[in-house]
Structure formats: structure tokens, C-alpha cells
Design a protein around this ligand. Structure first.
Ligand code: C2O
Length: 622
């Protein structure tokens, strides 16, 4: 690039000018058809029926230019109720397209269609889409890429030679609809059987000695690649490394960050990270490895899997490594360089990775609001409710159901047949059954005491939890500060907290208990990272601020599927402002209506859990 001759540079400038003109002239409608159907896939010697979009896993990538409109026709040919959520897309004044079953819309029933229509404005970078139907999202997801309106030359970093989505996922050799029903019924014995890079399990997995296919990224020496990394897994935060190479992180959650060079990326479910990789190593083959982390003992240990793909230099530039050599080395695998990965119980590497992110000072950067209107302190952890009545034996008892909580309340969908957003918009009945999300937990305790992790007398006193449809209303334009505090109650997990419809300024994070008296001083109010998913560290806290300026009914939840299924979520209702352009638009004409199947649990409509099944499980457990 440095040695580019003048005529070439001029030509490039002209091309840029022309393409910029073309792009600017046409704010396009990007149209896709997503056919949701089931198909058989075979991995690890086992054929499994999976639900996918357009028979692809991961599903199709949606690529747009900032300013475009999107129309995705969803054709549901699967037996499950489906919605698609456009994770991180702000959906300004258009909460109707947010795709959360029974919160923003009735699900798309089997053999029904619905077209999601929305504009993508004021955002650039990598986002993704996924079904918001419990575990089904493990196979119903894909990348959502927003390019700058003025073309790739306006990236605030060197223009990459190629851009590549890297979708980290999990392979479940199980019926995921059943996994969802099990989680809803408090059965947590289902686990994934592998992790994947762009849908491939890689050579650490095999069927009768024959290695699974792995993802291969072909590179040319000296070129720059932009990896758009997405964690679409249900259960784990991952570390990503490429042997012999470094990453320069340039964006996270579709917001530019100050370029940050590291050899490891930490990415939790729901997060996205854009990173440049320069192919500057000696030509050869290098493993690209993703490894999940989990909290150490005494936390419950779950089976988790490392997977690997490969970065492979094109042979044309390295005569000594002809194609034949590459092929044979691929078979034996011995010439491929492997990275040294963090330990599976290393959670501090994630803490530092996230702490090192700051916003790039950039055109689009909005300043952090300094006046705070509303303050919430939210504890995250587990708890229990009695299967029958109000009082029961706690601890390791089968008289209780384990739940996940925010401020000691576990969310349940309202027993309504209309989605909350419609009830809110039309002021219909049912909004009366909502409860306010408490501003703080009912009592203070040493939140991060590791003695709370195993069942025991200390933890038992803190276990009792209530269940409610918790919402929090915000006046349009209110600045909200939330401090999320991970607790040690029955687990020491981190919590990737995701807010729909808004980005959050991540002001600070820390380990242990949040202490306003000393921690407010640590707030970065100059250039904090801006995220839609904030990772609240294991036995630690994170402080965020956001402006509630997008009217609607927005989900706020942990992006670990088991926490979500157990109720770690709440709904934020943002009121309309006083002008037309601060007011929620009316619903689309062809908005889905809810089917009436009286055999379904009202609040589990989206899961299609049968009443008979619930009583069967309840009986077998007690
Ligand atoms: Cu990817 Cu409600 O989230």
C-alpha cells in the first residue's frame, strides 16, 4: 500500500468517487427470503433433525449498506413457532420488527409467513440475526453486516483485502425444541456435543476415526483480512486465537473501538468483534482455535468443547510449500502450528479483553450523557421457587424449581394472548398484571461470596425468589444508569446482558462487589465502549448508561440460553416522546396474530409446551 504509485492512487480515488456516488444515490431495499424448515444433518456419526434457514448452517448472511431498508420474507415450513430477532439493530420507532415472541409479536405459526421490514440507520459493523425461540437459535442464526455508506475506503482502519464472518456456534446432536422444553421444565441435563466455526466441527471431532470437516481460511501473504466474529453459541463464552498471528480489534457490537492489538479475542454469547488480521507470518498453516471458558469449581462443571479451523497461506507465493506438500501435511496435520490457549477456567483474560476496549473518537460517536435520571442496581444470580405453595424445603430439594433472577425476581411471560407491545400500544387489559422491576435487590449481602456457590445454609437463606412479569417504564429521553452485579448464588457465572433497541455506554467493570463510593471515580465518561451486550464479569460488576429514546417494549436479558430460559430477563417500556419522530409507528398491516390452541400453556405459547407434558414432568420429579 505504501509503495502505491501515483497513477494507481489516483485511479483508486476515482473508483472510490464513482462507487461512492453510486452507493449514495441508491439507498437500496435489501430483500431476502428465509425459508425455515427442518432437515437432517449428520455429525459425529449421528443423524439429527435440525431447524435451519434456507437449508444452511449458519444461515444466510444479510449484507446491507448503512441507510438501506431491509425486507426479509420469513416462510415458516417448520413445525415450530418462529420469530427472527435482528440482534443489535436499533429498530428506531419500529419495535414491531424486533422479533421477540409474545413481547413484541405473536410468533409466526407453522405454515405461516411474515415479512420483517426495517431500516438500518446510524449503525456500521457486524451484527447478527437469530430466532428468539429458546434453544432453536442454536441452528437459526446468521451474520448481519452493515457497511459504511461511503464504501470500504471510509472504514477508520486500513481497507481489508477480504471480509470474513466467523460465526462461533455449537453443534447439538439433540432435538433443540426438546432441549427448550426441558429447560422450561427445569431439566438441565442436555449439553451440546461440539463447538463449531462457521458450522464446521473441525478435526478435533471425528466419526469412527474420520475427522470432521474444519473451517479453512485461505490467505495471501501480506494481505489484510477483516474477521467479523460472532458468538452465536447458547452456553459459553469463547476465546479465539490464530497461531502465529495477532488481531487488531477495530469494532465491537457494530461500534468502532480504538484499535487494540491482542493475540486473543474473548467473546460472549450475543457479542460481536471485528478484528483485522495481517497475513504476515511465514507462509504455512496455522490453527484458528475457539475454546470455551467456564467458572472453576465449586461451580457446576459442564462438558464444553474446543474446536479448530485453519488459516492457510496460498501456495502460489511459497514455492517450497507446493500444493502436494500442503495436502499431505493436511492429512498428517503435523505441519500446522497450534496456538497456546488460555485455560478453560481462566476468566480473567476475558475481563482484561473487555476492559481494554474504548470507543474510537469518530464522527458517529455520541457523548456520554452526564445527567442521570434513573438509577438501577441489578443483581444477577440463581434462586428457587416452591413447586407448591409459598413455603418449602430449600437447598438441594426437589420441592423447588431452580430459577435465574434479576433483583430476586424471575421473569415470566404474562398470561396474555396478546404480545405486550400490542397491549401497550392499544392500552388493552393485561398491562395490570405487570410488576415493576425493583431498583435494587431486596437485601444487601456479600454478593460475590464464593461460599454461596454450593448448596448450603448461607445460600439457602438467599434462595427464595418470586416470579413475575417485571417491567420498568422510562420516560422518553431519560438517561438510565444500571449497575449489574453478578452474584455467587449457586453459581459464579459471568452474565452477557443484552438490551434490545438501544446501545449502552459501558462505563466501568470490576471484580467483587460494586462500591459506589470508590467505583464511580473509575467511570470512563470520555470514550467508553458502546455495546448492545455487556459482559458482567464472573463475581464482578459492570456499570452502563443508556438513553431511553426509542419508544417501545424492549427485552433486556442474559444471552446465556439457560439463564434466559430460567427467567433472567425483564422488559423495558420506553414511552413515546412528544413529537412524531419520537413516537412509535403503528404495527405493520400483516402483523401475525396469535393462534388459539387451548392445549398450550398460555405463557409458554412460543415453546408449544403441552399442559399434559408439564404435569407429567412435575409428577415424575416429586
Ligand atoms: Cu440476541 Cu434478545 O437477543
Amino acid at each position: 500500500m505504501k509503495s502505491r504509485s501515483l497513477p494507481v492512487a489516483v485511479a483508486a480515488a476515482v473508483v472510490f468517487f464513482l462507487s461512492a456516488t453510486v452507493v449514495l444515490a441508491a439507498a437500496a431495499v435489501v430483500e431476502h427470503t428465509f425459508v425455515v424448515s427442518q432437515m437432517n444433518m449428520t455429525h459425529l456419526c449421528k443423524e439429527t433433525l435440525v431447524t435451519v434457514v434456507n437449508r444452511q448452517l449458519p444461515g444466510p448472511t444479510v449484507e446491507v449498506t448503512e441507510g438501506d431498508s431491509v425486507a426479509v420474507h420469513v416462510v415458516n415450513k417448520s413445525p415450530n413457532n418462529i420469530t427472527i430477532h435482528w440482534h443489535g439493530v436499533k429498530q428506531r420507532l419500529n419495535c414491531w420488527a424486533d422479533g421477540v415472541p409474545m413481547i413484541t409479536q405473536c410468533p409466526i405459526l407453522p405454515n405461516h409467513n411474515f415479512t420483517y421490514r426495517f431500516d438500518v440507520t446510524g449503525q456500521e459493523g457486524t451484527l447478527w440475526w437469530h430466532a428468539h425461540v429458546s434453544s432453536l437459535r442454536a441452528t437459526l442464526h446468521g451474520a448481519f453486516i452493515i457497511r459504511p455508506r461511503h464504501g470500504a475506503s471510509s472504514y477508520p482502519f486500513p481497507k481489508p483485502h477480504r471480509e470474513i464472518p466467523i460465526v462461533i456456534g455449537e453443534w447439538w446432536g439433540l432435538d433443540l425444541a426438546q432441549v427448550a422444553r426441558d429447560m422450561a421444565l427445569n431439566i438441565f441435563t442436555d449439553y451440546s456435543s461440539a463447538s463449531t466455526i462457521n458450522g464446521k466441527l473441525g478435526d478435533l471431532f471425528n466419526c469412527s476415526g474420520i475427522a470432521e470437516d474444519g473451517y479453512v481460511l485461505d490467505v495471501e501473504p501480506g494481505k489484510i483480512y477483516l474477521l467479523r466474529v460472532i458468538n452465536a453459541a447458547l452456553f459459553s463464552e469463547y476465546y479465539l486465537k490464530i497461531a502465529g498471528h495477532k488481531f487488531t480489534v477495530v469494532a465491537a457490537d457494530a461500534n468502532y473501538v480504538t484499535p487494540y492489538t491482542t493475540d486473543v479475542i474473548a467473546i460472549a454469547p450475543g457479542e460481536t468483534v471485528d478484528a483485522l488480521v495481517v497475513a504476515d507470518a511465514p507462509p504455512g498453516r496455522y490453527y484458528m482455535v475457539t475454546k470455551p471458558n467456564q467458572a472453576p469449581l465449586p461451580d457446576t462443571q459442564t462438558p464444553e468443547y474446543t474446536t479448530r479451523g485453519m488459516v492457510q497461506y496460498s501456495s502460489s507465493h511459497s514455492p517450497r510449500n507446493g500444493t502436494a506438500t500442503l495436502r499431505s501435511s493436511r492429512r498428517s496435520g503435523d505441519m500446522t502450528v497450534a496456538p497456546k490457549m488460555p485455560d478453560q477456567h481462566d476468566t480473567i483474560t476475558s475481563f482484561y479483553f473487555h476492559a481494554n476496549l474504548t470507543s474510537l473518537r469518530h464522527m458517529r460517536l455520541t457523548p456520554v450523557p452526564t445527567r442521570v435520571d434513573e438509577r438501577l442496581f441489578i443483581t444477577l444470580g440463581l434462586g428457587s421457587i416452591c413447586r407448591r405453595g409459598q413455603f418449602c424445603k430449600r437447598g438441594e430439594s426437589n420441592e423447588t424449581i431452580l430459577v435465574a433472577t434479576m433483583n430476586n425476581v424471575s421473569f415470566q411471560l404474562p398470561a396474555m394472548t396478546t404480545p405486550l407491545l400490542e397491549a401497550h400500544y392499544y392500552h388493552t387489559d393485561g398491562m395490570g398484571t405487570l410488576q415493576e422491576l425493583p431498583n435494587k435487590p431486596p437485601r444487601a449481602f456479600n454478593f460475590t461470596d464464593p461460599a454461596l456457590i454450593p448448596f448450603g445454609p448461607k445460600e439457602e437463606r438467599l434462595e427464595p425468589t418470586s416470579k413475575a412479569t417485571v417491567v420498568r417504564r422510562f420516560r422518553h429521553g431519560a438517561t438510565v444508569e444500571m449497575v449489574f452485579q453478578s452474584t455467587g448464588i449457586l453459581q459464579g457465572d459471568s452474565n452477557p446482558m443484552h438490551l434490545h433497541g438501544h446501545d449502552m455506554f459501558v462505563l466501568a467493570q470490576g471484580l467483587g462487589n460494586y462500591d459506589a463510593a470508590k467505583d464511580v471515580a473509575k467511570y470512563n465518561i470520555v470514550n467508553p465502549p458502546v455495546k448492545n451486550t455487556v459482559v458482567v464479569p464472573n463475581l464482578g460488576w459492570a456499570a452502563v448508561r443508556f438513553v431511553a429514546d426509542n419508544p417501545g417494549v424492549w427485552y433486556m436479558h442474559c444471552h446465556y440460553e439457560f439463564h434466559l430460559a430460567m427467567g433472567m430477563m425483564a422488559v423495558f417500556i420506553v414511552e413515546d416522546g412528544s413529537t412524531v419522530d419520537t413516537t412509535l409507528s403503528p404495527p405493520p398491516m400483516d402483523f401475525p396474530t396469535c393462534g388459539h390452541d387451548s392445549n398450550l400453556m398460555p405463557n409458554e405459547l412460543y415453546l408449544r409446551t403441552k399442559k399434559s407434558e408439564v404435569s407429567r414432568v412435575m409428577e415424575s420429579k416429586s
